[in-house]
Structure formats: C-alpha cells, structure tokens
Design a protein. Structure first.
Length: 368
C-alpha cells in the first residue's frame, strides 16, 4: 500500500540539521526506497539512525555510491565542492547531485563536472546538528534552485520534484543573483548579531548589560547562536556581496543617526519599517508536534481516509490532528498526531494491522 517513491536511493552527504531534515522528510513521506546517510562522524550517523532519518550509514565514499540516484550535499560550505568531487568517481553518469548551501555561485561553478543543480532551502535554526532535525523545518519554506543555461532539464525536474514533495516551495534564481540577495536577508543579519552581542559583552559594564539584555535583544540576535563554522563559511564564501550589503547597512545607520535630530522623520522611518516587517510572509511549519506523530503511506483511491479513521476508532485511539502531506499519482502520505506516546503506539499498531505502513519520528519505520 506504499506509493511509488520519487527516487530509488537517496544519499544525504552531511547529516546535520538541514541534511537530517531532508532525510527525515524523505523517509516520512516515502519519497525514496532507501535513504543513506554519509558522514565522517559515527556518532552523527548513530543519532540519525535512532531518529529514523536514514536506512543505512556510510562513513566514506565508495563503490556503494553506484546505487545513488540523487545525492544531497549538506556539508559545511567550505566542504561542498570537495565532497561533490570526491563522490564523482563512484557515481553513475545519470546520478543527480544537488546541495543545500547558502552560497551558490562558487559551488555551481565548482561542480559543473557533475549532473548538478544548486539549491538552498531558506530554512534553519539556531540549534544545529541532527538531533534538532525536523521534517517540518522544510515545510512551506522557499527553496531556491539555481540552474544555469547548461543545467540538464531532467536533473532540474528531479530536484524540483524532491523539493516540492518535501513540502517546500521551489523557485529558480540565477546563482549570482541568489548570492546578492541572501547577502542582505541572511548573511548581513548574522554579522549584525555578532556585532551587537560584542557590544554587550565588551566593556566595564558588560555584566549589567548582559542582565538587561532581555527578550527583544535575544530575539534580534538569535542567529548568533548558530554554528559559528557554518556561519563563517556562509559569509566568507560570499564576501564580495556581503561587503556591498555592509556598505548599504552603514549608510542606513548613518541616515538614522541624522534622523535623531528630526523626531518626525525618525517616526516616519519607524512606520515604514513596521509596514515592511509586517508584510514579510510568515512561513508556517508543520502543524503537528513531532513527538507523537505518525506518517502513513496511502494509495490514491476513494475511501482511504475513512478506512484509516475506522481502524483507529475500532482500536479506541483518538486522533488529535491530521494533515495530508501530498498526493502523487501512485498515492501519498498522511500525518496523524496523537495525545501521547501510548496513543501513538496503539495507533501505529492499529494501522499496521489494517495493512498500512507507518513511520514515526522516534520509532523509525514500523509495519513494513
């Protein structure tokens, strides 16, 4: 009763926050027959297995990559090109490779030898590592794809299909344009957070400033809590565009300094800022708590939802929430949320008895 997967073997190289979220989403939504995690840290791979994010683990590239249909490079930025090139000798000629890095032009240029499509999900968290991975992290997120004139259309379509099936919103932007835009909306905020936290931490009154730095300051500087290595790679890898963004930011600060002597103009600037801030789209992630959720594969035919709820009702299991994750020609997936772990376990057993395959965040795959 499982829908046909989009790909046979999906390889995620670098099983951190984003790579782990991609792997979790692919497994929970039944998008691949097999998900293999590639990471040089055995502890990371053990954690990914425990979360149900991967089916198999590999510590190094090798002949096993000949089975890969689609590879997602999710290493730190400085390692994306070297990792992609290291995989090349083992991959089939028709294997498609994409990435999730925050800088695109140098990566796209460096991996033209591969059947490569650059990608960047505009999603993340100040908490890094696979233990904080969530399939819901990618849902409704804008996912930038950066094809060039020479990009294989079939490869682009395969990556676009994966992105959409993960619940994200794929858009296409040229690599250089992407880097110019994210310098302002992503990389500059990180540097601003670093600067603001330094102002608080330095000086004779640092202790008192830290005490007074309450909710607003913490919200404003949240991105400074991210992985410093990943952030360093991101901004340094896009240094030319970031320097231009910094010049614009300095100009804005100087303008605001002048407006301190013109209260009405400062008020107008604040009003414009509020309107701009309030008009930024809100990205709503998955609506169900991951701890007590189960995702089931369903065929695309009438009456399936009724069969699911009947099976759970007969078992005395109450569903707290339900979400259709997507339906493809051969079927799709539905996510169910339960009150607690006991309800989740009994619901999973009831669905398995009814012939459904169910996957939960904590229990990996059940009911095969």
């Amino acid at each position: 009763m499982r829908p046909a997967p989009l790909v046979g073997t999906l390889v995620v190289a670098g099983v951190g926050l984003i790579g782990g979220s991609v792997a979790l989403g692919a497994r929970q939504r039944f998008l691949a027959e097999r998900v293999i995690g590639l990471d040089r840290d055995p502890a990371v791979l053990d954690a990914a297995r425990g979360l149900g994010a991967i089916d198999e683990a590999q510590l190094a590239p090798g002949p096993w990559l000949a089975d890969a249909d689609l590879v997602v490079l999710a290493t730190p930025g400085h390692a994306l090109v070297p990792t992609g090139l290291a995989l090349k000798e083992h991959l089939r000629a028709d294997a498609v490779v994409t990435d999730v890095g925050g800088v695109k032009a140098p990566v796209v240029a460096g991996l033209r030898e591969l059947r490569f499509v650059g990608g960047h999900p505009m999603a993340g968290s100040e908490r890094g590592g696979v233990l904080h991975a969530e399939a819901a992290l990618l849902e409704n997120a804008v996912w930038v794809l950066t094809p060039e004139a020479g990009t294989d259309p079939a490869a682009l379509e395969r990556v676009r299909g994966l992105v959409a099936a993960l619940g994200a919103r794929p858009i296409e932007v040229a690599p250089a344009q992407h880097d110019r835009l994210v310098a302002t909306v992503s990389h500059l905020p990180y540097l601003a957070s670093v600067a603001l936290t330094a102002l608080v931490a330095e000086g004779e009154e640092s202790g008192l400033k830290m005490l007074l730095a309450a909710g607003g300051f913490r919200d404003l500087t949240r991105v400074a809590s991210g992985d410093p290595l990943m952030s360093r790679d991101m901004v340094a890898g896009n240094r030319a565009a970031v320097k231009q963004a910094l010049a614009g930011y300095r100009a804005q600060l100087e303008r605001l300094e002048r407006l301190l002597d013109d209260p009405e103009a400062l008020l107008a600037a604040g009003e414009r800022a509020r309107l701009t801030r309030d008009s930024i789209p809100i990205v709503r992630r998955g609506l169900l708590p991951a701890r007590f959720e189960v995702v089931i594969a369903v065929p695309d035919r009438p009456g399936e939802l009724a069969r699911i709820t009947h099976a759970l009702g007969e078992a005395g299991v109450n569903v707290k929430d339900i979400e259709v994750l997507g339906v493809r020609e051969a079927g799709g997936a539905i996510r169910l949320a339960f009150e607690d772990a006991d309800e989740q376990e009994r619901g999973t057993a009831a669905l398995r008895a009814a012939g459904y395959e169910a996957r939960g965040r904590n229990n990996g795959a059940v009911g095969r």
